[in-house]
Write a protein that binds this ligand. Structure first.
Ligand code: UD1
Ligand code: CA
Length: 457
């Protein structure tokens, strides 16, 4: 049986070039901390254990990434990558192999790591390397007779060694059986006075253990993030990949360069997404859903055939089939729209259920309301749900017609088929099928004169 896997994720660095109080690995890629991307990939490998080595920023990392299945190990001070892995040793099983990943290398793929792990399970040390036209800054892979002999860091390299274009990605898989000994043997007599993890390669070769290499299918998988500029670059790569996945599954993106997915977006058939839309959390779009330009959708489910018109913001809501929402609509948490509901411009709906075929088309606030089916809510209608202390519900029964500029002071119920005259302030329940209004009678003052401007002295 293959040896089980432990994973050590190095995440202790400060990230000086981020110029931030926030530890580097907590900066976000596609709305999720860099470290979380690496953790998700690590978990997909089904390891026996995952250790995160943290350091800079005190307890911010373990306080942010609260996952009981992880072993959080503090490295203080940070004396190099070898020293970092050493901190995790007490948690590693002597019979397993250990994969070393980096909290600031977020795009690494499971498909790249699996063959690397298999190499190690065959009794070798496995090293992920890439060819780089400009290898500056990276550790160089020094081979002898084609076989890996050691790794030399840029700062320690001789001019001839600096010409080597095969570089160390840092990602490797090591047999735990030897790791304790190798790490204990590391010395910091080098240009950076650090304990280099890369020096275990030399120790492995001396011990007669072969070092074999594998390569990522795409170079960006091993891009490390050291600055905001690199973070932005990697964000674009990530978003382009998400867009490509959507396109290849049949989604129409008007411009794949102008979509941002910060979570999981799943789409039915013939979905069309216009430019500059942001999708966060879990978003599900049914068949034939169209999302207009500049919409933000966060944790929403939209049933088939619905249209979200431009500049709408929807969060934690469920939108039924064949609805029309927006333009300029705000759908807040706890909203459920049944099928064929129309929500128009400058309408805010919060924590409300709206029944089939009801329309709230202009300039309204509907909060904490239960709206039946075939209801028409006129322009400028407001549910006064808050008395300054408590929230109260408004119930509008099926077929009611609410005239424009009405205030419904909750708790209040508008009966089935009721009509409310425009401009009313409704404070008591209204009977069904009747017209109710609360409005001062219109009067005309005959002969009334507008004031005239006083003459200056
Ligand atoms: C390291 C490799 C180099 C490789 C490069 C790839 C070593 C000695 N060198 O160099 O061969 O080409 O990565 O990017 O390993 N870290 C800790 N604790 C420490 C030191 C580092 O957690 O004490 C973490 C950092 O947060 C960072 C990672 O390890 O995420 C790499 O450390 P860094 O000092 O940036 O290594 P490089 O000099 O880039
Ligand atoms: Ca360094």
């Amino acid at each position: 049986m293959a040896q089980a896997l432990d994973v050590v994720i190095l995440a202790a660095g400060k990230g000086t070039r981020m110029f931030s109080e926030c530890p580097k690995v907590l900066h976000k890629l596609a709305g999720k901390p860099l470290l979380q991307h690496v953790l998700d990939t690590a978990k997909s490998l089904d390891p026996a254990k995952i250790c995160v080595v943290y350091g800079y920023g005190g307890e911010t990392v373990p306080q942010t990434i609260t996952d009981a299945s992880l072993r959080m190990v503090k490295q203080e001070p940070q004396l190099g990558t070898g020293h970092a892995v050493q901190q995790a040793l007490p948690h590693l099983d002597g019979k397993h192999v250990t994969l070393v990943l980096y909290g600031d290398v977020p795009l690494i793929l499971r498909e790249t790591l699996l063959p690397l792990i298999r190499i190690a399970q065959s009794g070798k040390v496995a090293l992920l390397t890439v060819e780089m036209e400009n290898p500056q800054g990276y550790g160089r892979i020094i081979r002898e007779g084609g076989k890996v002999r050691r790794i030399v860091e840029e700062k320690d390299a001789l001019p001839a060694e600096r010409c080597v274009t095969e570089v160390n990605t840092g990602i490797m898989v090591l047999p735990n059986q030897y790791l304790t000994g190798w790490l204990a043997a590391l010395k910091c007599t080098n240009a950076q006075e650090e304990f280099y993890l890369t020096d275990v390669i030399d120790l492995a070769v001396r011990a007669g253990i072969e070092v074999a290499t594998a390569h990522p299918s795409r170079q960006h998988e091993v891009l490390g993030i050291n600055s905001k500029s690199q973070l932005a670059q990697v964000e674009r790569i990530y978003q382009q990949e998400m867009a490509n996945k959507l396109l290849s599954s049949g989604v129409t993106l008007i411009d794949p360069a102008r979509i941002d997915i910060r979570g999981i977006l799943s789409c039915g058939r013939d979905v069309v997404i216009d430019v500059n839309c942001v999708f966060e959390g879990l978003v599900e779009l049914g068949d034939r859903v169209r999302v207009g330009a500049n919409c933000v959708l966060r944790d929403v489910k939209i049933e088939s055939g619905s249209l979200i018109a431009p500049f709408s913001l929807l969060e934690q809501a469920e939108i039924g089939a064949e609805c029309r929402v927006g333009p300029f609509a705000r759908i807040r948490p706890g909203t459920q729209l049944a099928a064929e509901v129309h929500i128009g411009n400058f309408v805010e709906v919060k924590n409300s259920q709206v029944g089939i075929n009801s329309k709230i088309n202009h300039l309204s606030y509907i909060g904490d309301a239960t709206v039946g089916s075939k209801v028409n809510v006129g322009a400028g209608t407001i549910t006064c749900n808050y008395d300054g202390v408590n929230k109260h519900r408004t119930v509008i029964e099926d077929g009611a017609f609410i005239g424009s500029d009405t205030q419904l002071v909750a708790p209040v119920t508008i009966g089935k088929g009721a009509t409310i005259g425009a401009g009313s302030t409704i404070t008591k329940d209204t009977p069904g099928e009747e017209l109710t209004l609360s409005r001062a009678k219109q009067l005309t003052i005959r002969g009334w004169q507008r004031p005239v401007k006083k003459a200056k002295e």
